[in-house]
Design a protein around this ligand. Structure first.
Ligand code: MG
Length: 279
């Protein structure tokens, strides 16, 4: 063994030790539990300033499940819509690891980002979470619609047929990490579902938030948000703050390594005047 190799081994050992320590601190610092009702979450994170619950609180009330039947809620794009996916091409999006096959696009591991930018909008989107559940709960049909690339409405397999569910502020239809949907309108994995989202973008004046973003939304035709305030960009485990940005930003769809399928996505930009009048 020469001099270099003799010195390399202890250095490698020290590096490995540091990596293990960093990982242990990163993942060990946050306590996880599963409640007797089968809800996974983190009981010790920061209290959400706008309500009495903590971030990813497994003990906050679980939205009631309602059966929305099996008839697909598919709406043709109206004549003034910007079609973002019609089953033929991914040309409305920047290049990504998402796949197009048989008129359906399937999520990869990264974000899908629209070429055009949007602010206030009406968005229709159809999705299907995979029948085969992910190996870990956090990846069970995990995707999401990131309005302006920042404000996430969660896509997840939250059908009550699952024995274990994720924290309510992360279930399907939630404003991720903030507000659960009014109801759980999920269908079984392997069935097509729809979101119809009406989003008003945040307003910034002189570098400060003047009006928060808000969302009204139908899940499989059922109201699950009614002008729900969005308190900041999507954040996991942390409470995020608004940062000033422009009136329009690209739409993103989250790729989380779960093969969630999509079809029929269109968006109608809304007149900015409506928002200003309501201030
Ligand atoms: Mg997500």
């Amino acid at each position: 063994m020469n001099y270099c190799r003799r010195n390399l081994i202890p250095h490698m050992f020290l590096i490995c030790l540091c990596v293990v320590f960093t990982v242990a601190v990163s993942f060990g610092a946050v306590k996880s539990i599963v409640t007797p009702e089968g809800i996974y979450g983190h009981p010790d994170l920061t209290k959400l300033p706008w309500c009495s619950y903590t971030k990813h609180d497994p003990n906050r009330p679980v939205p009631a499940f309602i059966d929305t039947g099996t008839r697909e809620v598919s709406v043709e794009p109206p004549s003034d819509a910007v079609v973002l996916f019609d089953g033929k091409t991914l040309s409305a999006w920047h290049r990504s690891d998402w796949k197009l096959s048989d008129g359906i696009m399937t999520a990869g591991g990264g974000f899908l980002t629209s070429r055009k930018s949007f602010g206030d909008c009406q968005l229709h989107l159809e999705f299907m979470v995979p029948q085969k559940p992910g190996a870990v709960l956090s990846n069970r049909g995990n995707s999401g619609v990131l309005l302006m690339g920042l404000y996430e409405v969660q896509i997840f397999d939250s059908h009550p047929s699952n024995k274990q569910q994720i924290y309510p502020d992360g279930q399907c239809g939630s404003v991720y990490g903030e507000t659960p949907p009014l109801l759980n309108a999920c269908r079984l994995p392997g069935q097509w579902q729809s979101f119809d989202i009406i989003f008003t973008a945040p307003v910034f004046e002189k570098g400060k938030l003047a009006k928060a973003a808000a969302v009204t939304m139908l899940h499989n035709g059922v109201l699950v948000h009614l002008n729900t305030t969005i308190h900041g960009p999507m954040a996991w485990r942390k409470i995020s703050q608004y940062r000033p940005h422009g009136d329009k930003l690209p739409l993103k769809i989250q790729g989380h390594g779960s093969p969630v399928s999509f079809r029929n996505i269109w968006i109608r930009p809304l007149n900015n005047n409506a928002k200003m009048k309501s201030k």
